[in-house]
Design a protein around this ligand. Structure first.
Ligand SMILES: [Zn+2]
Ligand SMILES: [Zn+2]
Length: 338
């Protein structure tokens, strides 16, 4: 079996890897229908996270169950399934309140940019679709594995309500799907912060009502101008830098909420500034598993089409080009077909 392995910054190779097998009796093996490159894969690809050893890449996946371990009861071979990038038992106290990414037995699911994938804790992690999906639903179903689930969590954590005014910081795939999520949750006004025309267009298609191109202090001023000097009720932070986090916090009205899902890189918060801002701050690695049943239903019924964020599809053996296209921002998100 061949798959993507990162050796060093900008050195991703498509090479022969061991075929995954059942290691624990709670595992499943999935034949990947589609996978993709994540914005977070770009951190090690760009050298922002160290690459200490050759690392199999990819954590977003959907596909058909090939084999299950002897203790797996709810997942069966032949089912089409989607899972989160964190495996979870879905039974421990943290899972039961909907924080499966903090599962007491969580394990990262890595190596999905390949034709086969081992998923631990199959019963808790995987959610089957109502049937074998038609080809045109595959991109949207794949997006639920991470980006759509993460955008949805950002909106959920930011407490988006019907009628809310929402601002979204970040125009990557997660930010764009944060726009779609806010729209689906009934937001009345959605301000997308983006400088790139193709992304602005998609944001508007997903429900953005206003576009702000300014960043930093100027971006905050624009949000205030657009909200009668008050700030947004809900702000989705989908980048993870100091500038984006401060932009999110300062764009939020007193009593409002920031949902932050960008993996923080060097973010430091000032306690006094937070104290006087009067905002709610909630985020973290999205508990995608919590939302999978609801989101699968919305995709299955054609109510949302998050798969539109994939603006480039490549065969898996061109995974190197997929990373380059995303690194150079030629593509928003690249779908890979084994
Ligand atoms: Zn991801
Ligand atoms: Zn758990």
């Amino acid at each position: 079996m061949r798959g993507a392995v990162l050796y060093a910054p900008r050195d991703v190779r498509f090479e022969e890897r061991d075929v995954p097998t059942i290691i624990k009796s709670t595992d499943a093996i999935i034949r990947i229908s589609a996978t993709c490159v994540c914005g977070s894969d770009l951190w090690p690809y760009r050298g922002a996270n160290p690459v200490t050893e050759p690392t199999p890449m990819g954590h977003e996946y959907c596909g058909t169950v090939e084999e299950v371990g002897s203790e797996v009861v709810s997942i069966q071979p032949g089912q089409f399934v989607i899972g989160s990038f964190f495996a979870s038992d879905n039974t421990c106290p943290n899972c039961r309140v909907g924080y499966q990414t903090s599962c007491q037995h969580s394990e990262f699911v890595g190596g999905a940019q390949a034709s086969l994938l081992r998923v631990p804790l199959a019963d808790g992690t995987l959610v089957p679709t109502p049937g074998v999906p038609p080809e045109d639903l595959i991109p949207s179903l794949l997006s639920l594995s991470d980006v759509m689930g993460t955008g949805w969590f950002a909106a959920n954590a930011a407490n988006v309500q019907p009628g809310s005014t929402v601002a979204v910081v970040g125009d990557g795939a997660v930010g764009l799907l944060g726009v779609l999520s806010a729209k689906q949750m009934g937001a009345e006004r959605i301000i997308a912060m983006s400088r790139h025309q193709s992304r602005q267009r998609l944001a508007c298609e997903f429900g953005a009502t206003d576009i702000v191109t300014e960043r930093g202090d100027d971006g905050v001023v624009r949000i205030k101008e657009l909200t009668n000097g008050v700030g947004a009720d809900a702000v989705l932070e989908c980048v993870g830098t100091q500038q984006s986090m401060m932009q999110a916090i300062r764009s939020t009205r007193p009593g409002g909420s920031v949902g932050y899902v960008g993996v923080p890189h060097g973010v430091e918060l000032d306690g006094e500034q937070l104290f006087y801002s009067h905002i709610h701050l909630h985020g973290g690695p999205a508990p995608v598993r919590r939302f999978l049943p609801e989101l699968i239903d919305l995709v299955w019924k054609g109510k949302i089409n998050p798969g539109k964020v994939f603006d480039l599809t490549l065969p898996l053996d061109q995974v190197g080009e997929a990373y380059r296209a995303m690194d150079e921002r030629r593509a928003i998100k690249v779908l890979l077909r084994p």
